[in-house]
Design a protein around this ligand. Structure first.
Ligand code: GLY
Length: 342
């Protein structure tokens, strides 16, 4: 792992592009593809197990891939303890929780997405309905909420007492020139969250699909959409090659078409791990080198033959880039790599 990181840094310093290996992954000729289902999420040990368990149970039982990834993603969406996804996600600057999500199905390249969706706890389930029940791909704001209501979703307050208090503290701490007194219980020092979760899956037939779901950047300007609902930015799936998802600073994933790029890297012969690192490197290059990069993105990948990758742009003390998987071999949390040391 360390060697690979050093390799990337050296290559970067020399200004050399990462090599393209010309051999395409030939899905049909790989004997591992069939009957080796796997489900992956962009989390570590703690969240990974509870997120992947319901998805793996479905995959194991009947191989229904979209049901599996949806049920797994719903775990974080419904859990108020996760402040970066769904119910209990940190709100925008007005204190309103606005959710983004997308789903992509490998076999037919179909996809659906919702953005700035308010009041619905499970945006990825609404994105799935956009994919399956409409001729559109993106629905945003009120239109997305009306569509969800039409399908029986309940509109609820997604701000919990805990996230409301964090938001008030952030607001009171913003400036000493406004009329709010500073927070009574000390300064606000929480990271500006871009948490998010990616769930990627490969079923026993060798078909692939993925979901990305988030409450987006905490304190964002109302109406801001990140990479999570943008096809090719926060997620991309190609049934012949693999799936890639991203978390972290969404604007950079959009500027680089990062998830699509990762899939194309795999199409050109990179492993899932090499593809994740190459996407991070591309983002660093776009920004003019590592000294200019003060944000983070984490990329996860699953190739058509079940090969897994995970890399982030920067090191984060106490929070190494990790990906979790559940397959016939059981649950595994795997440490990835990072390109820039702090
Ligand atoms: N990656 C999540 C966001 O930027 O909204």
């Amino acid at each position: 792992m360390i060697d690979r990181r050093k390799f990337i840094k050296t290559v970067s310093a020399l200004g050399i592009s990462l090599p393209f290996v010309k051999s395409n992954i030939k899905a049909a000729s790989n004997p591992n593809i069939k009957n080796n289902p796997i489900i992956l999420c962009s989390r570590g040990e703690k969240w990974g197990k509870k997120v992947l368990k319901p998805g793996w149970d479905i995959l194991k039982k009947n191989g229904l891939l979209l049901d599996a990834i949806e049920k797994s993603a719903n775990v974080t969406e419904l859990d108020p303890k996760d402040t970066s996804v769904g119910y209990g996600g940190l709100p925008n600057e007005d204190g309103v929780v606005q959710l983004d999500a997308q789903i992509m199905n490998g076999p037919d390249h179909n996809c659906g997405s919702v953005a700035c969706l308010e009041g619905i706890k499970t945006p990825c389930s609404v994105a799935r309905l956009v994919m399956e029940r409409t001729d559109h791909i993106h629905l945003v704001g009120k239109g997305a909420q009306d569509f969800a209501k039409m399908h029986g979703f309940k509109v609820e307050n997604l701000l919990t007492e805990s996230t409301r208090k964090i938001w008030v503290k952030w607001k009171e701490n913003l400036s000493d020139k406004d009329d709010y007194f500073p927070p009574v219980d000390g300064n606000y020092d929480q990271d500006r969250s871009t948490g998010t979760i990616n769930v990627l899956g490969l079923n026993p037939n060798g078909d692939m699909a993925g979901i990305t779901t988030t409450s987006g950047l905490a304190w964002k300007i109302p109406g801001r959409i990140g990479d999570s609902p943008i096809i090719g930015a926060g997620l991309y799936v190609d049934n012949e090659v693999g799936a890639v998802g991203a978390t972290g600073r969404g604007e950079e994933m959009i500027r680089s078409c990062g998830s699509f790029l990762g899939v194309e890297y795999m199409r050109n012969g990179m492993t899932a791990q090499e593809a994740c690192e190459a996407v991070c490197k591309r983002i660093i290059d776009i920004n003019g080198g590592s000294s200019k990069v003060d944000f983070n993105d984490k990329i996860v990948a699953l190739s058509k033959n079940g090969d897994v990758g995970c890399a982030s742009i920067r090191e984060r003390k106490g929070d190494e880039p990790t990906v979790a998987t559940w397959s016939k071999k059981g649950f595994k949390a795997i440490k990835g790599t990072y390109l820039i040391e702090i």
